[in-house]
Design a protein around this ligand. Structure first.
Ligand code: GYE
Length: 377
């Protein structure tokens, strides 16, 4: 195990963040926001544990495969533990399926995927269990940003490389080996920029249904959107409450918003599609209209298949994508680590945004049947 870890660290070339995934987003939505997306240099292992950038071995000069690959006891099968957030949303289901379809036995993996049901303690326990089993690699989609130092130290002591995926954590980048995910602050900025463009100076009284408290996806989207809101004195955020990224949570929060603010709001921002479905149910029940022909502008994040169907139908005005298809990038990082080659310390999966028919935007693609047909998840 120790030999493999050393090979991994020496092979960690300090390369710039790359963009993977769907692509096609316009420059405004793709511009990384430096303060939430880990920069390549912050995600790289600390100088004392890895060769500096300029001396990091190139892929072809990396330690021979036998220092890395042949440490696997079971004839080349790579064991991977994935501590998954839970099953709170359609995005999450798509992400889980993507890992299950990628880390297959045919592809040479043994995947242990643990659904942590949005419970931090369960997630820490899952990671400790992976360490106890001496799995080859650990992938964590962290529920919250906080609380990772001790268990990451334990993984490091055991010599097991850790990849943080989907969301971000507070821990120093030297505590893990690679990061793969999306720029959620940028998603929030895109939502804000689109709203400003759409309203063209008109007043906005905004209600926000946030994601899980303490999750980087929540913090990033809120920070990005609030940054744009701060530059619009004609906007007011009336309230912001967590719907926990679930449909039931979105409905519950929207019902209570309607009680407190009926007749006072014209914009609802939901941090994911499932919350938006719940908010739509609550507004339907209260006779509040939304979408392109309604009284309330509805903004969502994720742009899953169903979310884009509602956008195509004009019920969601703007839907900012977050791409759940990340397992292929994680697998290529693991393959590089395993063969002792250079790998990307940070990979940013690109997102774009979509708006309902009848809306044109410099920040987003107008929905069509073809766009929806191309959306598998
Ligand atoms: O937006 C939400 C999911 O971490 C980016 O988590 C992800 C978020 C996604 O539950 O639907």
């Amino acid at each position: 195990m120790l030999r493999k870890k050393l090979a991994v660290l020496f092979a960690a070339a300090m390369v710039a963040a790359t963009v993977a995934g769907c692509g096609g987003g316009d420059a405004q939505t793709a511009a990384p926001a430096a303060d939430t997306a880990p920069a390549a240099d912050t995600a790289a292992p600390a100088a004392d544990t890895a060769a500096p950038a300029e001396t990091a071995p190139a892929a072809d000069a990396a330690p021979a495969a036998d220092t890395a690959a042949d440490t696997t006891a079971d004839g080349g099968v790579i064991s991977v533990g994935y501590a998954q957030v839970g099953h709170e949303s359609d995005w999450r289901t798509a992400n889980t399926q993507n890992y299950q379809n990628t880390f297959t036995a045919e592809n040479g993996y043994e995947l242990q995927l643990v659904d942590c049901d949005n419970d931090n303690a369960a997630q820490l326990e899952a990671v400790r269990n992976f360490i106890g089993q001496e799995l080859d690699y650990i992938v964590i989609a962290p529920i919250e940003t906080a609380g990772w130092d001790t268990v990451l130290q334990e993984a490091q002591d055991a010599g097991i490389p850790v990849i943080i995926a989907d969301r971000e954590i507070d821990a120093d980048a030297s505590m893990y080996d690679a990061w793969v995910g999306t720029n959620t602050k940028n998603e929030g900025i895109t939502a804000g920029n689109w709203l400003a463009e759409y309203l063209g100076g008109k007043e906005a009284n905004i209600l926000v249904i946030e994601g899980t408290v303490g999750a980087s996806a929540t913090l990033g989207r809120a920070e990005g959107f609030n940054e744009v809101a701060a530059s619009h004195s004609e906007w007011k955020i009336l309230d912001s409450q967590s719907g926990d990224f679930t449909q039931a949570g979105g409905q519950e929060v929207m019902e209570s918003f309607i009680k407190s603010y009926e007749g006072q709001f014209n914009v609802v921002v939901c941090h994911n599609d499932n919350e938006a479905y719940g908010a739509m149910d609550a507004m339907d029940a209260a006779g509040i209209t939304y979408g392109v022909d309604g009284d309330v502008i509805l903004i969502s994040f994720d742009a899953t298949h169903d979310g884009l169907q509602y956008t195509l139908d004009g019920k969601i005005n703007c839907n900012v994508e977050c791409n759940p298809i990340q397992a292929d990038v994680v697998a290529s990082v693991i393959q590089a680590m395993h063969s002792g080659s250079a790998y990307e310390a940070t990979t940013l999966v690109n997102d774009e945004a979509f708006v309902a028919p009848g809306i044109t935007s410099q920040y987003a693609t107008t929905m069509t049947d073809e766009v929806l047909a191309g959306r598998a998840y």
